[in-house]
Design a protein around this ligand. Structure first.
Ligand SMILES: Cc1cc2nc3c(=O)[nH]c(=O)nc-3n(C[C@H](O)[C@H](O)[C@H](O)COP(=O)(O)O)c2cc1C
Length: 332
């Protein structure tokens, strides 16, 4: 079954399912597998050490799929920022047609991408940010609820409210992100006013995700309570899987006089990368969302996407339609 929405039309994909940018995970193997299965796979620009490496990764992805795929550019405030302009140039020069932006002050990047005819999906966590991205000229909003892995913002608004609140305010299409992992979630997102879903954590537990099997099994074994919110007091909240490192970060951050320097040695990206690549679950932070409670297996991306679409069809045509049928109405 195919579900046609404004998102599938805009992105040129078969199914309204996007794989969000993921540091260390959004490599060609995963992005190509998602795109080949009819969704939209996304490479993560900053996972590549240099803009030239990104050019090579885009070429590698293109060799693995003839379907559309995108590149995520995450713009985070930093004392020594990566060379964003050079990464942006690599994306534009490589002929990428879809970009997912995330983070702070994307205007300059959005302007440049749009000037080169690129479709821009901006991921954000608040209605006011969605409205400002719409004014900036992005084509679509990916709205990330409080359930999500990564940075849910500081407002703590779950998807059940944030998605329809955003749909009520913005005119461009939105895709719902945070907490999605199955067909029930897809149908719910559509009912709430979104045109599709964006998934991160669920795609980490797939055959093609380029991370250690032990991490994938950890996501399967964890339940919906197995996350920690870190960096809260530094106003840069992150949702990660519970492990000894994130427990320690929470503990250190709770001290009245805590400063970022106290936790800096625990939270470095290189440590998180080590956890993902070696399967040493206590090596660093492992970013994951509450949707862990709905992850029970490690399928291929194609099997996962097919299953989500089959479930969605069954829910729409049988379960939901059943509620409308006269027999049901009489029985009620
Ligand atoms: C391992 C991991 C790394 C992530 N890294 C990034 C990133 O670098 N940039 C970004 O915009 N979002 C990042 N995210 C967030 C995802 O793109 C997506 O918005 C989020 O995972 C959606 O919530 P879900 O995990 O409940 O599906 C990451 C998520 C995970 C699980």
């Amino acid at each position: 079954m195919a579900l046609r929405t404004r998102a599938t039309d805009l992105l040129g994909i078969e199914h309204p399912i996007v794989q969000g940018g993921m540091m260390w995970v959004g490599r060609a193997e995963l992005a190509a597998a998602v795109s080949n299965a009819g969704g939209l796979g996304i490479l993560t620009a900053l996972t590549q050490p240099t803009p030239d490496d990104l050019r090579r990764e885009i070429d590698r992805c293109r060799a693995m799929t003839d379907k559309p795929f995108g590149v995520n550019l995450t713009i985070l405030p930093s004392v020594t920022p990566p060379p964003y302009v050079d990464y942006r140039r690599a994306i534009i020069d490589s002929g990428v047609t879809i970009v997912e932006t995330a983070g702070h002050k994307p205007q300059e990047h959005v302007d440049e991408f749009k000037a080169h005819g690129i479709t821009v999906v901006h991921k954000c966590t608040a209605v006011r940010h969605a409205l400002s991205a719409e004014r900036m000229g992005v084509d679509m909003i990916s709205i990330d609820g409080f359930e999500c892995a990564g940075h849910p913002g500081e407002d703590d608004i779950p998807g059940l409210i944030l998605i329809p609140a955003t749909a009520d305010k913005v005119k461009i299409p939105i895709i719902a992100s945070g907490g999605f992992g199955d067909g029930r979630g897809l149908v719910a997102a559509l009912a709430l006013g979104a045109e599709g879903i964006n998934m991160g954590t669920r795609f980490c537990a797939t055959q093609e995700a380029p991370i250690h099997d032990r991490v994938k099994r950890f996501l399967v074994e964890n339940d919906e309570r197995a996350t920690n919110l870190i960096f809260r007091r530094f106003h840069n909240t992150g949702r990660v899987a519970r492990n000894s490192v994130s427990d320690r970060v929470v503990e250190l951050s709770a001290k009245a006089d805590a400063v970022f320097e106290d936790i800096r040695p625990l939270v470095g990206g290189a440590l998180g990368r080590r956890a993902l690549e070696t399967g040493d679950l206590d090596a660093g932070l492992v970013w994951a969302g509450q949707v862990q409670g709905l992850i029970r297996d490690i399928p291929t991306c194609r099997a996962l996407i097919d299953r989500i679409m089959d479930e969605a069809q069954a829910i729409i045509s049988a379960r939901l339609a059943g509620f409308l049928s006269p027999e049901r109405a009489q029985a009620a």
